[in-house]
Each structure stands twice: as C-alpha cells, then as structure tokens.
Design a protein around this ligand. Structure first.
Ligand SMILES: Nc1nc2c(ncn2[C@@H]2O[C@H](COP(=O)(O)OP(=O)(O)OP(=O)(O)O)[C@@H](O)[C@H]2O)c(=O)[nH]1
Ligand SMILES: [Mg+2]
Length: 228
C-alpha cells in the first residue's frame, strides 16, 4: 500500500541523475505582470507558487532564495496582487502568485483576479510545475483541492509545501504530513513536504524539487558532462 509513497519521495539520489542545481541565491526581481500578456517572453521554464492568501508564498520564495525582502510579505492578507517574476538565471523563473480565497478583496476585483490567474495557469507555456502552499494547521482546503485536481488533469507536476510547520509540535507536524501524503498517494506527480520559513525547515528539499523541474534537458546534459 505504501509502495507509491516511496516511489514519489524526493531524495538526494535525484541529484545523482545529473539534475543541475539552480543558483537560488542569485535570484533577482524581474517584473510584476498584471496579466498573461505582460509576463516575460524570454521564459524557458518557470515554477509558480500558488495557495490561499496568507499561506506563506512570498515568505517561502524569500527563504528558498536566501533573500529577506525579494518578495513582499505582509500581515495583511492579499498583499501579492500581481504575478511577480524572479529570475534564478536567464529564462528560469519563480513566480509569486496572488493568493486565492481572500475574503476582503471586493468581489469584482476577486473575479477579475481569478480570471487572470486561471488564464495564466491554463495558457502559460513555460510553466513546468506548481508549488502549492498550504498552512499546516488547516491543510488542503477546497481551493487547494481544486488546484490539485486541475494540475493532475493538466499533467502538471505539483509539490505541496505544508507551511508554518513551526506552529505545530514535531509529532503533530509529522502526522499531518503522513495524512496528506496518504491522501495524494494515488495521484501522479503530486508530492508533499514540511516547510517553515521561520525555522528553515525543508528548504533543501524544496530547492531540489525546483532544480529538478527547472533543469531543461540541455542543462541536465551539461550537468552530466555530455556537452563537455
Ligand atoms: N510562524 C510562521 N509564520 C510564517 C511563516 N511563513 C510566513 N509566515 C507569516 O505568515 C504571514 C503571511 O506570509 P506571506 O508570505 O506574506 O503569505 P502569502 O501567501 O504570500 O500571502 P498573500 O500575498 O497575501 O497571498 C506573514 O505574517 C508571515 O510572517 C512560517 O514559516 N512560520
Ligand atoms: Mg504574497
């Protein structure tokens, strides 16, 4: 029963396959796009960070890149209202998406945003994977589940970060991880891990997943020494 759990686990062995590790510390802000048309046109591969408002998307981008204030963090939910692009190197991006399900945004604005977001997710060719952030204290709410279903149907790999894991005791955090792992075990290309920006939990594991997705075939060859 648990076989698939092992199969889908990330591990050090992934780097043995010759995945090029991205240089996260070099991340730079590129642009804030209001819609799909405004997104950078030089993108070869990008990973988007999605999740409910306040889940910790911007914090995670800062932690993963080792920058304090690359992505803007706020105590007021709904802070991120544009598609914010960060380049790790030319043409390889992380994208900070606006949070969904934020109640205080006027309905009209919310609808518009939902549409822009949907258009980006459906039509963005450079998109190679989704990081779904979900607060460990109330994981996988309705919107999260919709996002997972959509990713599976669209053949887009999805990796869940159970964020703010520092808010739970170790045992409770592990139990939640196991429960969520069990829930997604039958889904192709859906993985889960614990994450805390505050305590630097799961940063290497998340970087590994991003490197795996963002390495295009030619970069993997390069890492394997195929091209010299
Ligand atoms: N304890 C704890 N708090 C965190 C962690 N990550 C983020 N937070 C806090 O959670 C709040 C929201 O964080 P953001 O990173 O702005 O969340 P977001 O998902 O980008 O929010 P929106 O842009 O509104 O969608 C902030 O007050 C952060 O300080 C964490 O790992 N642990
Ligand atoms: Mg944000």
């Amino acid at each position: 029963m648990n076989q698939s759990l092992f199969k889908r686990g990330t591990g050090i062995k992934d780097f043995a396959k010759g995945i090029k590790k991205m240089n996260f510390n070099q991340a730079q802000f590129v642009t804030s796009a209001v819609n799909l048309e405004a997104c950078p046109d030089n993108s070869l591969a990008e990973v988007a960070f999605a999740g409910r408002s306040n889940a910790g998307k911007s914090s995670a981008i800062n932690t993963i890149t080792g920058h304090n204030r690359l992505a803007r963090i706020s105590k007021t939910p709904g802070r991120t209202q544009l598609l914010n692009f960060f380049a790790l190197e030319e043409g390889r991006h992380l994208v900070d998406l606006p949070g969904y399900g934020f109640a205080k945004v006027p309905l009209k604005v919310k609808d518009k945003w939902q549409r822009e977001l949907e258009q980006y997710l459906r039509q963005r060719e450079a998109l190679v994977g989704l990081i779904l952030l979900s607060d460990i204290r109330h994981p996988l709410k309705e919107f999260d589940r919709m996002m997972i279903d959509w990713a599976v149907q669209s053949d887009l790999p999805l990796h869940i970060l159970l964020t703010k894991s520092d808010k739970l005791k170790r045992g409770a955090a592990q139990n939640t991880l196991l429960a969520v792992q069990k829930e997604v075990a039958t889904l192709d290309n859906v993985t889960v891990q614990l994450f805390s920006s505050l305590k630097n939990v799961g940063v290497d594991e998340a970087r590994m997943k991003l490197s795996e997705w963002l390495s295009s075939p030619d970069m993997i060859d390069e890492a394997n020494g195929v091209n010299g």
